[in-house]
Design a protein around this ligand. Structure first.
Ligand code: M6R
Length: 636
């Protein structure tokens, strides 16, 4: 995980680094730091906490009086003046925002890291798997480690290798010792250049006019240049203002392939909303509407949007979804739909497990990764594992400029949810679920005679119904905040809404830090029921259906909710407006507009997003950036 950024050119490096870090904060926000080159020396500032704290610390260097006590810097005035001068004048530097893997989030473990002589400063994204043995080796040579990070071994190894070697050769020698993932940028005292290396963690170079940028993500450099070089695994480079020397691990010069990307200068604003999360919840009608216009403009015509795929669904014997978190929950709904309507067997696997399994797949199996960011390391590894074992691969992702998109092209469907800033997924999750309805229809149309016109018409009504649900937000708030002080929650449902119970529980956990678990309703009596008493609310999603089968699922769900009530658990239910048999059975009836059970997952999700939001707000939690999380999880 973590985000890295670097600049060399004629502009003020500090300002660009801070801007870059802000745009990379989605990759981690435990601590941050920058280092700049000035008068052949490296000056460095780093701080635990979010980038705002780093900015305050930088401000404290020139205006100590403006700074709160909590951020007061430890620099004496002479040192502060020196660092401040460097920050204000330097045109070459590196920066890092951290999601802690090795070592707690404090100032010391924050990047950049330096070697013993302070000749270099280095930022790293990834995990060095063999860092312990390397550390022992270096300690035996007398090197004293200052941090608990895995990264520090790279700084000492590089400092050691530099003796008598050209910098790129030294870096190559270090890479040959490292096992694991890394994107690294190094600043060398008295040399106006940046050194970079990459393996399994993303790294791009933004090529400008007499300036170059480096970042974990192309969107960070796109505000300055649309010419982007994406480093490949095991490549390394030396970058000056005007030149890039790109090499591979064997010392061969590598071809510089410049991509001209579409410049996206849109800055994400909250508009009238207090948090990005609420803004993104409110964007769901527009996102679903756009998707429907793109793929299902006419319910009587075949679905569109999958023309670019190089997959013959008639030949597919099995589909395996691999995903993490909310995307995994979306996949579970996909399984339900595809098995029901397209009649293809589907497995759903947690990507981190599937990544290291001896998978049994063949050329007629289709492994589909689902990932909002398109960068999730576990999902990427799972798809790669399937590919290497001989499966066909595909992806549903929200980012066309991503590793998962590149890996699976042309077999991908890109959800047009737009940038999701809030760490907890809302609109991206809903767009994944809708994409899975679309994929199901596509497969069913290719393989079966089933008439899905009614389903397609139902899908077309979703944006309007989502809008109606959102209009009820204030009513939901009154209902939900009463439950803010409970420490545990259970979410139950059956069939197509069981994954929504999981998603509701995940949202509540992420945003409010309340322990919450989702279960299939019928499973509760096999163990979880033991925890129930008046201190554990149980929220049930109970949506009735037209068919006998749907109705029987609903009845069983209600009867399981009764079992929870009998154990004195406060009871909440999500039910449709016309459904009167829940009245009196539950302490809290959360109403949603009438909807067919098979179309209900998306609609039932919305009140659960509000549940998590209002409770988190009531408890004063950091809604958009909950503790310990990151938007894009780029380590396994
Ligand atoms: O970018 P991805 O969809 O691959 O991310 C997967 C999970 O990390 C993500 O869904 C996570 O669970 C969210 N924070 C959920 O709100």
């Amino acid at each position: 995980m973590c985000g890295i950024v670097a600049y060399i050119g004629k502009k003020n490096a500090k300002d660009l680094l801070i801007d870059g870090l802000r745009s990379l904060e989605y990759r981690g926000y435990d601590s941050s730091g920058i280092a700049v080159l000035h008068n052949s020396k490296i000056e460095l500032v780093k701080s635990a906490g979010k980038i705002a704290r780093l900015e305050e610390k930088i401000l404290s260097l020139k205006a100590p009086a403006l700074v709160t006590n909590s951020v007061s810097s430890n620099f004496n005035s002479h040192v502060a003046e020196k660092i401040n001068l460097a920050l204000e004048t330097s045109t070459c530097g590196i920066g890092h925002t951290r999601w802690a893997t090795h070592g707690i989030a404090n100032d010391t473990n924050a990047h950049p890291h330096q070697d013993t002589e302070a000749n270099i400063a280095l930022v790293h994204n990834g995990i060095i798997k063999n860092y312990l043995s390397l550390k022992q080796e270096l300690e035996a040579e007398g090197i004293q480690f200052r941090t608990e990070t895995d990264t520090e071994v790279i700084t000492h190894l590089f400092a050691k290798q530099r003796a008598g070697k050209a910098d790129l050769d030294a870096l190559r020698a270090v890479m040959n010792r490292l096992e694991g993932s890394y994107a690294v940028v190094i600043l060398v005292k008295d040399q106006n250049k940046l050194l970079v290396a990459k393996n399994q963690s993303p790294l791009v170079i933004g090529i400008g006019e007499e300036e170059n940028y480096v970042a974990s993500d192309s969107s960070t450099v796109l505000q300055y240049t649309n010419k982007v070089l994406k480093l490949k695994d095991q490549q390394l480079a030396e970058i000056t203002e005007t030149k890039i020397i790109l090499e591979d691990l064997y010392g061969n010069e590598a071809k510089i392939e410049v991509h001209h990307l579409v410049q996206n200068t849109s800055i994400q604003e909250k508009g009238p909303y207090k948090h990005f999360l609420v803004k993104e919840i409110h964007e769901q009608p527009a996102v679903t509407s756009l998707m429907l216009d793109q793929c299902l403009a006419n319910a009587t015509k075949p679905i569109t949007g999958f023309e670019q795929l190089d997959v013959d669904f008639k030949q597919i014997n099995r589909i395996v979804f691999v995903a993490c978190g909310s995307a995994y929950h979306a996949a579970l709904i996909g399984k339900y739909l595809i098995e029901l309507w397209a009649r293809v067997p589907v497995d759903v696997e947690v990507a981190s497990e599937y990544a290291s399994k001896q998978v049994i797949v063949g050329a007629n199996d289709l492994v589909v990764g689902i990932s909002q960011s398109g960068e999730t390391a576990d999902t990427l590894a799972a798809i790669n594992n399937a590919k290497n074992a001989g499966a066909q691969i595909m992806a549903i992702t929200n980012k066309s400029d991503s590793a998962i998109y590149d890996l699976t092209s042309p077999n991908n469907y890109v959800t047009p949810a737009g940038i999701e800033v809030s760490v907890a997924s809302t609109k991206a999750f809903v767009s994944q679920v809708l994409a899975l309805y679309f994929l199901t229809i596509k497969i069913a149309e290719d393989r079966t005679e089933i008439d899905l016109t009614e389903i397609k018409q139902g899908l077309r009504s979703l944006p309007l119904i989502i809008d109606q649900v959102i209009e009820r937000a204030e009513d939901y708030k009154k209902q939900f905040i009463k439950y803010s002080n409970y420490r545990d929650f259970l979410f139950l449902s059956r069939g197509i809404n069981y994954p929504i119970a999981l998603e509701g529980a995940l949202k509540l956990k992420e945003l409010s830090y309340i322990h919450a678990t989702g279960y299939p309703s019928g499973e509760m009596k096999h163990g979880p029921i033991a925890i129930l008493d008046q201190s554990v609310p149980v929220l049930t999603i109970a949506i009735d259906g037209k068919s006998k089968f749907e109705h029987s699922l609903y009845e069983k769900t209600l009867s399981n909710a009764e079992e929870a009530r009998a154990r004195k658990s406060p009871s909440l239910v999500i039910a449709c407006d016309d459904n009167q048999d829940v009245t009196g059975l539950f302490d809290e009836v959360i109403r949603i507009p009438n909807i067919d059970q098979f179309l209900s997952p998306i609609i039932a999700t919305i009140p659960l997003q509000f549940l998590a939001y209002y409770i988190a707000e009531e408890l004063g939690k950091d809604v958009d950036q909950p503790r310990n999380l990151a938007k894009s999880v780029t380590v396994e």
